[in-house]
Design a protein around this ligand. Sequence first.
Ligand code: 13P
Ligand code: SF4
Length: 305
Amino acid sequence: MNQETLKQQIKQLAAEKNALLIAHNYERDEIQEIADVTGDSLALSIEAAKTDKQVIVFCGVHFMAESAAILAPEKTVLLPRADAGCPMADMVTAEGLRELKQQHPDATVVTYVNSSADVKAESDICCTSSNAISVARSVESKKLLLVPDRNLGRYIASRVPEKECIFWEGFCPTHDQLTAEDVKKTKADHPDSLFMAHPECLPEILELADHICSTSGMYEYAAKSPAKKFIVGTENGILWRLKQENPDKEFIMPSNCLVCPNMKLTRLEDVLHCLETMEPQITVAEDIRVKAKLALDKMLAAPRD
Ligand code: 13P
Ligand code: SF4
């Protein structure tokens, strides 16, 4: 079946099943193209919570679909590729977090949404890359356990110096590969460009950035800035919308390593198949869901950075 026929069939079936197609900004171009909504982790969680559609097809990775299932338990949440995981989320377990909490009983646990429902259930509040600073500031306690991303954690600590921060040593294997040399070389080749970086990048990369933000923050920054050239310090799926929304601007990747294999798993065939079979469904055990929802709800009450 060709791509156009696949897209038509997906749209038709989604309408019949009263399904909302959601795609993260790192998904393949054709997946973002058919989605009703694209966005960063925060925007997609909000969309999942507020939609009146009965079915959510989450084109992203497992923890994102799980967040939708936590926030909207009455809906059917489908993840077209059950094997689309997030290695960073897998770097922390609920048991490991419980041990760290015992060592720091006076600390508040701030957990990045890139984590399992079990880990969220052990957390006081969640954050995403677009509200991490506001969330950290909103917490009363002086001491924070920042889980699981050490790079996002160190970025938060640099912006909220009044807090004592303890870091879980997890990282994103995609963003972590970007080197300062890659960025410096690209900047030297394009001296008239601005460098936007995602907080999952290493601290030495963030030091080189003109702007640090979530994926959605990059769309806003590129659209508002008078600059014509941008070096993009995040996963390359973001290029599709950046180019669409800014046809007069140029976007340059500083390295070929910025590809998340998990985000690239979902293809049109998978979306069609999951709508036909209504599988794989993502569900969360009710005791875990209720606790994890508390941490997500507190996050949703915080403003964006
Ligand atoms: P945001 O879309 O929230 O910026 O997160 C990036 C990411 O790595 C999601 O896995
Ligand atoms: Fe996880 Fe990194 Fe992929 Fe995001 S880009 S899903 S953090 S591995």
